[in-house]
Design a protein around this ligand. Structure first.
Ligand code: NDP
Length: 316
């Protein structure tokens, strides 16, 4: 008998595809608002200091907003900006009637208290969804501006016709920006939710029961085949740099490794999620790649939050 050597491969959920559709929808809504209500939504992104990654993220957000017809401003303040000055900047943006969304790019310089800044943003303009009022509304299952990355994950599942209700969703990571809001959103969609973290015992025993597994931990390729239930939906939120060639070989199969090694040679690193892609592809039914997965949805959802914030505030 000839052995069946065809390997089962997970279906790849393409962030590029979903984010393009969402961005198109946002652009159409922006046009409609201008035509029917005479305004275009406006997003202001504030950046303090010269963190290189933040510069790229902010550039991307500003560029995408402009492409979609959203009015966009970028306030770049020097690293030595005092907390008081930053609070005043936010206060001015809160007061400006033409500003619909305010996003202060994290991380902040060490002398600035993150919570004080986030609490200062008018919750109606808090397009990142980090203000305690928005967090509370999300926890209560009310309509709110939800954090963009977990909201993007929900959109991806919804648009792929992946059922959430009644499924066991396991999230690895409990941060305020990904893990916790992800849990709240999945709960709202009637999943049975388990949240794991660095003190969780027997992690693989828990994750391998997940119908939907969300990895948001910041550990390159940590989630391996043994953590994944056969046929699960695996969502990889992590974004990590891998520069070691041996490590890369552990993570990528023959279809991808050459490209990854070229990237390491050229840039010094390649982007890797929290899930080992080689093993996930063999076990999962659906899998999000890194790059090209959840990350792209994050920016698209920020655009949608900006439009939603503009509509709720201006069309009351
Ligand atoms: P944080 O560092 O804030 O949180 C990491 C979480 O993972 C913590 O809750 C931590 O547990 C948990 N964790 C760490 N190690 C382990 C372990 N060995 N076992 C179980 N749990 C563990 O990270 P973020 O939530 O901000 O980000 C997570 C990842 O997602 C990062 O790679 C980040 O770059 C990426 N990211 C991607 C975005 C996108 O657009 N795709 C947006 C935002 C983040 P504990 O609480 O106990 O410390």
């Amino acid at each position: 008998m000839i052995a069946n050597t065809i390997k089962k491969q997970a279906k790849i959920l393409s962030g590029a595809e979903f984010s393009e559709v969402i961005k198109r929808e946002v652009a159409e809504e922006v046009k409609r608002l201008e035509k029917e209500h005479g305004f275009r939504p406006c997003l202001v992104v504030v950046r303090v200091g010269d963190d290189k990654a933040s510069e790229v993220y902010v550039g991307n957000k500003v560029k995408t907003s402009r492409e979609l017809g959203i009015v966009s401003e970028h306030e770049h303040l020097p690293a030595e900006t005092t907390e008081q000055k930053l609070l005043e900047t936010i206060e001015n943006l809160n007061r400006r009637d033409d500003v619909d969304g305010i996003l202060v790019q994290m991380p902040f310089p060490k002398h600035i208290d993150e919570n004080r800044i986030l609490e200062k943003i008018n919750p109606e303009k808090d397009v990142d969804g980090f203000h305690p009022i928005n967090v509370g509304q999300l926890a209560q299952g009310q309509k709110s501006l939800a954090p963009c990355t977990p909201a993007g994950v929900i959109e991806m599942l919804k648009r792929s016709n992946i059922e959430i209700a009644g499924k066991h969703a396991v999230i690895v990571g409990r941060s305020n920006i990904v893990g916790k809001p992800m849990a709240m959103l999945l709960l709202q969609k009637n999943a049975t939710v388990t949240v794991c973290h660095s003190r969780t015992k027997n992690l693989s025993e828990i994750t391998s029961q997940a119908d939907i597994l969300v990895a948001a931990m910041g550990r390159a390729g940590f989630i391996r085949g043994e953590h994944i239930k056969e046929g699960a939906v695996v969502i990889d939120v992590g974004i990590n740099n891998v520069s070691d060639v041996t490590e890369a070989r552990e993570l990528f199969d023959e279809t991808e490794i050459e490209k990854r090694l070229r990237t390491i040679e050229k840039r010094g690193f390649t982007l890797v999620g929290d899930v080992n892609p080689k093993e996930a592809r063999e076990k999962a039914a659906y899998f999000t790649p890194v790059p090209g997965g959840v990350g792209l949805l994050t920016v698209a959802m920020l655009m949608r939050n900006t439009v939603d914030a503009a509509k709720s505030r201006r069309l009351k």
